[in-house]
Design a protein around this ligand. Structure first.
Ligand code: ZN
Length: 282
C-alpha cells in the first residue's frame, strides 16, 4: 500500500527535522552561568566572553539586601551550569533555590576575598574584585578546559583594567583634602580602606534606623570635624539625609554602592564614584 508508506515516510521526515531543529537551537543558544547579585555581573561577563550566557538572578535595579525571589527569576535558571554566589548574608534569598538546583555547581565568591568584619560589601575593594575575577576564571577553566586559553586571556584583560583603575584611584585619592565620609548605608568600608578614607557615620542599615544615641554621635562628629558634605545613593535620598544636609549646610553628593541601582557597569560606577569623591573632598 504505497499511500501508507508515504505517510510513514512523511512522519519519519518530520521527526528527523525536529531533531535537526533542536540541534540547531542548541548550537545557537549558549550554555548558561548565573550570578546572584549585580556587582559580579560585569566581571563574570568579561571572563566568559562569548562562550556562556550570563544570567543575573536579581532583577536590574532591585535592592539586594532585602530581595525575595519571584517565580520568573527562578525560571530564568533552567539549564544553568554554574552559579556564582556572593555567599555571605546579602544573597541568602538564593539559599533554597540553590539547594534545589542540583545540576548547577555553586561557587561562593566570599571565600576567596579578604573580609573586613564579615561585611558583605567586599566588591567595593578593587583588590577583592581581582580575586573574584581570578576565581571565576579558574572555575571556567575547570568546567570548560577546551577554552582554557580563552578564559586566561580574558582574565588577563580584566586584571589589567582593574590594575589601571586601582593605580588611578590611588593617585586621585592622594589629593583629597578631606577624608571623611557620611553615607546612606554602611556599604563603603572596603572603599574607605583602599582609598584611606574615614567613615564617620551612616544614616541607616537595611531595615533599620539610627538610634537617638547613634544620631547624636553623628551630629557631634559633623560639628567637631567641620563636615561639609554628605553622600546619598542612586535612587535614594532619605529624609534624615535631607534634614542633616539642611541643618548643617552639607552639600549632597551621590556615592554608588554598586548594588545595581545606577544601571552603570562596575568600572563606570567605580570611576564615577572617584570623580564624585574628587569633587566632594577637594
Ligand atoms: Zn549594601
Amino acid at each position: 500500500m504505497p499511500k501508507d508508506y508515504l505517510i510513514i515516510i512523511i512522519i519519519i521526515l518530520g521527526i528527523l527535522s525536529l531533531f535537526a531543529l533542536k540541534k540547531t537551537y542548541e548550537e545557537f543558544t549558549l550554555p548558561k552561568v548565573a550570578v546572584t547579585i549585580y556587582p559580579f555581573y560585569d566581571i563574570v561577563k568579561e571572563i566568559v566572553g562569548d562562550k556562556f550566557e550570563v544570567i543575573l538572578i536579581i532583577p536590574p535595579g532591585a535592592e539586594p539586601h532585602n530581595f525575595e525571589l519571584r517565580p520568573q527569576d527562578i525560571l530564568k535558571l533552567r539549564g544553568v551550569k554554574i552559579i556564582f554566589s556572593h555567599g555571605l548574608i546579602i544573597d541568602d534569598w538564593t539559599k533554597n533555590l540553590i539547594q534545589n538546583l542540583k545540576s548547577a555547581k555553586v561557587v561562593y565568591l566570599y571565600q576567596n576575598v579578604n573580609l573586613i568584619d564579615q561585611d558583605p560589601h567586599f566588591w567595593l575593594s578593587l583588590e577583592n574584585i581581582k580575586k573574584v575575577a581570578q576565581k571565576v576564571a579558574e572555575e571556567m577553566e575547570n568546567f570548560d578546559p577546551q577554552n582554557k586559553d580563552y578564559y586566561k586571556k580574558n582574565l588577563e584583560n580584566v586584571l589589567n583594567e582593574l590594575n589601571e583603575l586601582s593605580k588611578f584611584a590611588q593617585n586621585e585619592s592622594k589629593n583629597f583634602s578631606s577624608r571623611y565620609l557620611i553615607t546612606q548605608h554602611n556599604a563603603f568600608k572596603y572603599l574607605a580602606q583602599e582609598l584611606n578614607l574615614n567613615i564617620i557615620g551612616f544614616l541607616e542599615g537595611p531595615n533599620k534606623e539610627l538610634t537617638p544615641a547613634e544620631l547624636q554621635k553623628l551630629i557631634d562628629s559633623i560639628r567637631a570635624l567641620k563636615i561639609k558634605v554628605i553622600f546619598k545613593e542612586p535612587g535614594e535620598e532619605s529624609n534624615l539625609l535631607k534634614t542633616l544636609a539642611k541643618e548643617f549646610n552639607l552639600k549632597i553628593y551621590e556615592l554608588d554602592p554598586i548594588e545595581g541601582k545606577s544601571g552603570l557597569n562596575y568600572f563606570d560606577s567605580y570611576l564615577k564614584n572617584l570623580e564624585t569623591l574628587k569633587e566632594a573632598l577637594r
